[in-house]
Design a protein around this ligand. Structure first.
Ligand SMILES: [Zn+2]
Length: 488
């Protein structure tokens, strides 16, 4: 029997075909149901239950360019051409716990919609803190407004390509340092921020994002969304403004519409400030987030302050404000901390502080491996770690994913989950590219892949009952039964 592995296509054994079949069997319950093919294979014995991915990797090791050690934008197309990628697209992957809403889906969509779809075609791609420029132009009928995309295309037919290049990372960005690529990242978010202040633009993108992840076998999504007390609101073209809970309702409406079609989908939001803000301003953002939490307790499930760790405030700078938040929790208003910490090759103190502050999740958290006792505490407390492998490589924290600390965490039994962070910026889709990278780089067998998927769902139970409604709980425990941590 023959199965293709893209550029490394060749003849493979029955074992390899069975492995593909196993993963491809999208509805595998993994609990021994008689109607489940994968469970029948498991029943045949440990040889199949612990099916080694090495069989699929044998030829990967012999090629002159090992894909997970190469900058993702250089090898994305090669990965997509493999059978393993196509199989992983079909595999249920649980939840994506770490996504930033304005970069979680294709930037090509942003450019195309901006170019083709009036009134989006009349919006400018900047001005993050105020209403979309088109809104102000229309309202005031003023002269001298920045031209919209459709006007720019009339002047230069290559404009969409030029714009797309400004919104994405490329092969040549491999030569940038971590600080330089972060600067590029910041520019991208500034460029698209204005676009996403327009309610209809956000709705369209958010809808397309949910569909993308559903097609990728991901049924629970959590998005970091801006929740500043003084900016980042949504607008209609007639000037209507959506702040706080009203802005969250814009997301909720789309989620409920999607759940009619896909009742298996659950979506939650994590409100964010940014660690570049002063502790005093962060305190105001936290107070604002708490107000919103009181109004939309089921939708808003956490708080975070993302941003480049080495350039922004250390977590300790606003620890006092976070401790105040914990006092509120004792008073009955809980907003769990899900902190971007541990995304640094320099200091690991943010990771230590995040755990001591009682964070329920660590965003990235890869430098925790330098603290064995901290790892032990994280395992005991069930603090899920949102590992984003491709993001870490793109942002130049490491080059070769074989040495990504996530593997050590997984082997130590920490509740590791896989997320894709900002996949739209580097052209990844859903979670499959990240799963492919870790499956190949870490040489994971089927059981480990299932553990990663299961951690992303059962991890929620360990975080807070607030995150789960009854329907979700029942459904998920049926689909992903078992224990939170990896069995050793
Ligand atoms: Zn992130």
């Amino acid at each position: 029997m023959v199965v293709g592995l893209g550029t490394n296509a060749g003849t493979y054994s029955l074992d390899e075909v069975l492995y593909s079949l196993w993963l491809a069997y999208g509805n595998c319950c993994f609990v021994g149901a008689w109607q489940c093919l994968a469970c029948w294979l498991a029943f045949l014995g440990p040889r199949y239950f612990l099916f080694p991915i090495e069989l699929l990797l044998r030829k990967q090791r012999l090629v002159d360019r090992f894909l997970p050690s190469t900058y993702f934008p250089r090898v994305r197309a090669l990965i997509e051409n493999t059978t393993l990628y196509k199989v992983l697209r079909q595999m249920p992957k649980g939840g994506a716990l770490h996504l930033h809403v304005s970069a979680s889906f294709s930037m090509t969509w942003v450019v195309n919609q901006g170019a083709d779809d009036p009134p989006l075609g009349s919006l400018a791609f900047y001005n993050a803190t105020q209403a979309p420029r088109a809104c102000r132009c229309r309202a005031r009928r003023s002269e001298g407004c920045a031209p919209g995309t459709h006007v720019l295309i009339q002047k230069d037919k290559d404009f969409p390509q030029k714009l797309l290049k400004l919104l994405t990372v490329h092969e040549e960005d491999e030569s940038l340092t971590s600080a330089e690529i972060w600067k590029k990242f910041a520019d991208i978010f500034i460029r698209v921020a204005g676009f996403f202040t327009y309610r209809e633009a956000l709705e369209g993108y958010f809808w397309a994002t949910m569909l993308e992840f559903l097609e990728d076998g991901v049924t629970h999504l959590e998005f970091r969304v801006d929740l500043f007390h003084d900016q980042g609101f949504l607008f209609d073209l007639d000037g209507r403004e959506y702040r706080g809970a009203a802005a969250l309702d814009v997301y909720q409406k789309q989620i409920q519409k999607m759940q009619v079609r896909h009742p298996e989908l659950t979506v939650k939001l994590i409100g964010t400030s940014i660690r570049m803000r002063s502790p005093q301003v962060i305190a105001e953002d936290l107070a604002f987030a708490l107000e919103v939490k009181a109004q939309r307790p089921d939708l808003l499930v956490g708080w975070d302050a993302p941003g480049e760790e080495d350039a922004g405030h250390p977590t300790l700078d606003y620890a006092r404000q976070l401790l105040e938040l914990k006092k509120q929790a004792k008073a009955g208003l809980e907003l769990p901390l899900m902190l971007h910490d541990g995304e640094s090759d320099w200091s690991t103190m943010n990771t230590v502080d995040a755990v001591l502050l009682g964070a329920k999740r660590l965003g990235h958290g890869f430098n925790i491996v330098r603290h064995p006792l901290l790892m032990e505490k994280v395992r005991e407390d069930g603090v899920a770690i949102e590992v984003c492998p491709i993001s870490n490589q793109v942002l130049r924290y490491l080059s070769d994913l074989r040495i990504h600390p996530g593997l050590q965490m997984l082997k130590m039994g920490l509740p590791v989950t896989i997320s894709s962070d900002d996949p739209g910026i580097w052209g990844a889709r859903g979670l499959s590219h990240d799963f492919w990278e870790v499956a190949v780089a870490w040489q994971l067998n089927t059981r480990a892949l299932k553990t990663l998927a299961r951690n992303s769902r059962l991890g929620l139970k360990g975080i807070s009952e607030l995150l789960l409604n009854r329907t979700f709980k029942a459904t998920e425990l049926e689909i992903f039964p078992g224990h939170f941590v990896t069995k050793r």
